[in-house]
Design a protein around this ligand. Structure first.
Ligand code: SF4
Length: 437
């Protein structure tokens, strides 16, 4: 079920009988300036049959401004994956109003597909290609079905895959127009400054490229601008430009490196050293492998008797926001419990860890995985987390050298020691109690 929201009164124009050839377009207009190319596409090549697809990310304002200069009524398709930063949604509203865009259409993934494939919201971690497929490729394919062409904001400088990006590209039955293909980072910054375009609010916080929350991390000085996207994963693109153009987007991506599972092959820091991880995270609808497998809370509940009869041990994955009290009697069966961290600043895995240790008496391995950063590790350890999946070079170095930042204020009380107030309180409450006579 697509959630496309067309503008009231939008009129469908008839499809062009024969689409222009991308090669011929590049021969005739391939060196055209961005603004001229957009005007040509909107007014002459694809009148009424072109849309712009925008993520309202870090560099989106320039393309949207160029479009607004040509025609504010051209449809702008915005893909809300359900995993975006709140700042991105606010930025969409702000830019839409500022530029006077009259037909911004928000599309979303099919909720039934998401529920079926990603019930725990951890698919980004176990099979990010499939996550992008259901959250991006499928809804976008539906959204652009009625158009002959669409504008993208891709640039050659962004990565090696885009190094030869032309102005016009054939994409199945459509033409993709990349007006900013030959723009540099400096060109974009200069244009934005010249026209007073507001920056995405997260850029000032160290995010030069912004996508979904779980798959976007800060970029350190000297790193490539897109280094924060899918950090630690063998993935640099969401796949929509490949899937829509080459295979029609029909096939579901399989987990990388595995036929049946969603194996995460990240190094694991435990007991003072890095280990080869022997656990395989398994999707709810995938058969279990022979060896050690990590299953979700949902799957454990649904298949408890069958799973409990297995001879090989199981690990349990508890996503943020879960209530696992009904399975507390089973916890001792699991030598490992996996806690996904969805984003920096999300403390729910800490709370789950503390409850598992303090309330439920869990004695096994508590491991975290996800885009956490160096400052979080001391906090996690205080909450009882004792194993860490990571291949972030800064974290790897910190684990190997045992050098950690000093954390001046803890958002979770200590597990042991008795000096701090019980679980569930907040720092300001602790300070107030400490100050009380
Ligand atoms: S970017 Fe990450 S969270 Fe967003 S759809 Fe892709 S894998 Fe999923």
């Amino acid at each position: 079920m697509a959630l496309l929201e067309p503008a009231a009164g939008a009129v469908e124009a008839p499809r062009l009988p024969v689409l222009p050839d991308a090669g011929a377009l590049n021969s005739a207009h391939g060196r055209m300036a961005a603004a001229d190319a957009m005007a040509l596409a909107v007014r002459e090549l694809f009148p009424g049959r072109i849309a712009l697809v925008s993520s309202f990310g870090a560099e989106s304002a320039v393309l949207l401004h160029l479009l607004a200069m040509v025609d504010r009524t051209v449809p702008v398709v915005f893909l809300d994956t359900g995993r975006l930063f709140a700042e991105t949604l606010q930025y969409r509203t702000r830019l839409t109003e500022l530029l006077g865009l009259t037909d911004v259409r928000t599309i979303r993934p099919d909720p039934e597909r998401v529920l079926a494939k990603d019930p725990h919201r951890a698919l980004w971690m176990t099979n990010p290609d499939l996550c992008c497929h259901i959250r991006k490729t499928e809804p976008l394919r539906r959204a652009i079905e009625g158009f002959d062409a669409w504008f993208t904001g891709r640039k050659r400088f962004q990565n090696a895959v885009r190094a030869n990006l032309p102005l016009f590209e054939a994409e199945g039955p459509r033409i993709k127009v990349n007006p900013l293909a030959d723009w540099s980072s400096a060109d974009l910054a200069a244009y934005a400054e010249r026209h007073g375009l507001p920056a995405h609010p997260l850029m000032a916080e160290g995010y030069p490229s912004i996508g979904c929350v779980p798959c976007t991390s800060r970029v350190r000085p000297g790193e490539d601008g897109r280094a924060g996207r899918w950090r630690g994963l063998d993935k640099t693109e969401c796949g929509i430009h490949v899937a829509l153009g080459i295979d029609g987007g029909g096939a579901e991506p399989r987990p990388r490196g595995s036929d049946t599972s969603s194996e995460a092959s990240m190094p694991l820091w435990k007991d003072g050293k890095f280990l080869e991880d022997s656990w395989t995270a398994v999707a709810d609808d995938a058969p279990l492998p022979e060896g050690r497998a990590a299953v979700s809370l949902k799957r454990w509940r649904a298949e408890r008797d069958e799973l409990a009869a297995r001879n090989t041990p199981l690990a349990l994955l508890i996503p943020p926001g879960s209530d696992w009290r009904d399975v507390v009697p089973d916890l001792a069966r699991f030598p490992v419990i996996v806690l996904p961290i969805e984003k920096y600043g999300d403390g729910r895995a800490y709370s789950i860890a503390r409850l598992l240790r303090e309330r439920d008496g869990y004695k096994g391995e508590l491991r975290v995985t996800g885009p956490y950063i160096i400052d979080q590790v001391p906090l996690m350890r205080r909450c009882g987390i004792d194993a860490f999946e990571t291949n972030d070079p800064i974290l790897v170095a910190a684990f190997e050298r045992g050098v950690w930042p000093e954390v001046k204020e803890y958002l979770q009380p200590a597990i042991e020691g008795g000096a701090e107030v019980p679980a569930g309180t907040r720092p300001w409450q602790r300070r107030r109690r400490a100050a009380a006579p």
